[in-house]
Design a protein around this ligand. Structure first.
Ligand SMILES: [Zn+2]
Ligand SMILES: [Zn+2]
Length: 314
């Protein structure tokens, strides 16, 4: 194996492609993964724009799949070289109140790959053994790279919505398309998807629940407009901008607010393995890491599809 690799690195707020050392596993419980497919997420754009405070220098990226190429002494036996895997980028701390009751996807102190620790926009990455999941032979590596956004989508079910209820997803982006296909797969057929600018045209007070997938000015007011009295407002996106709303209008409806983060990572893999989500229709294209300037730029203005990098092949 070569000793250096190409990586997309943020340093002092600036992005560049660098040659950095390939991580080494030793007497630890880490696994070395060769990164085959890595998806670009809105979170990565925010990291690139330096609106998320991150460690520095930092390799970006957190949605990915690849092959196991090595394991530390304490991880040996759990994986073998050549295993096809995907990674949960939320690295559990193991000791917060959520982790102690087994709710590791609600970990309050965990590191996130591509924010707190080096991410996957590099030829190889070293990750803790508990973050690694073997994927079925039938699942493509590009499909497996969607494991994190699928787990994030599954969070909406924590709001206790019913399949018979009338739902609205505010979106018009790749996340809302992924969420819609997951919800339809689970039997939520009474579903409308609308772009923010279409909200005013929707029938007021007629939805049992409204799900947000991107923050925009007037977001909460738009959700209040659409939801029925006593209905559910579900915030999903991981944004950094504050949202404001008019309490006078909202209070009359007494809506229930849910702010949700992740569902189960295992459930995400099970749904992906079903092949029912039409993942290939959500992929914009495949790119070398060197093409990051144009790929990031396009993704800033058009979130309809997801670009995938092929870091090891770059
Ligand atoms: Zn993501
Ligand atoms: Zn924790």
């Amino acid at each position: 194996m070569t000793e250096s690799m190409k990586a997309l690195v943020k340093d002092e707020g600036r992005l560049s492609i660098r040659a950095v050392p390939v991580p080494v596993v030793g007497q630890d419980s880490d696994v070395l993964v060769r990164v085959e497919m890595a998806g670009l997420c809105r979170t990565d754009i925010y990291v690139a724009e330096d609106v998320f405070k991150t460690s520095s220098p930092l390799v970006l990226g957190h949605e990915f799949s690849g092959f196991v190429e090595g394991a530390g002494d304490d991880a040996a036996g759990r994986f073998k070289v050549g295993d096809r895997v995907t990674i949960n980028p939320l690295l559990q701390c193991g000791c917060c109140s959520s982790c102690r009751i087994g709710q590791t996807m609600a970990c309050q102190d965990g590191d996130f790959l591509g924010i707190d620790k080096d991410g996957c926009f590099a030829g190889w990455i070293k990750v803790p053994v508990d973050a690694v999941y073997v994927i079925p032979d039938s699942m493509s590596l590009e499909c497996a790279a969607f494991s994190e956004p699928v787990a994030a989508s599954l969070a909406v079910f924590k709001a206790g919505i019913g399949t018979e209820e009338k739902g609205l997803i505010l979106g018009g982006n790749r996340f809302s398309r992924l969420l819609e296909s997951i919800m339809r797969f689970r039997g939520y057929e009474n579903l409308t998807v609308a772009a923010p600018e279409e909200v005013e045209d929707l029938e007021a007070s007629s939805y049992d629940y409204v799900i947000e997938t991107k923050v925009f000015p007037g977001l909460i007011d738009a959700m209040i407009h659409a939801v029925r009295p006593g209905g559910k407002i579900i915030l999903k996106s991981r944004d950094f901008r504050p949202v404001s709303f008019m309490p006078y209008t909202a209070i009359k409806k007494e809506p229930v607010l849910h702010i949700v983060n992740y569902g189960s990572f295992e459930d995400a893999l099970e749904i992906l393995a079903s092949g029912a989500l039409g993942i290939s229709d959500l992929i914009e294209g495949f790119y070398d890491l060197d093409e990051y300037p144009s790929v990031f730029e396009r993704s800033r203005s058009d979130e309809s599809l997801k670009p995938l990098f092929a870091p090891w092949r770059s």
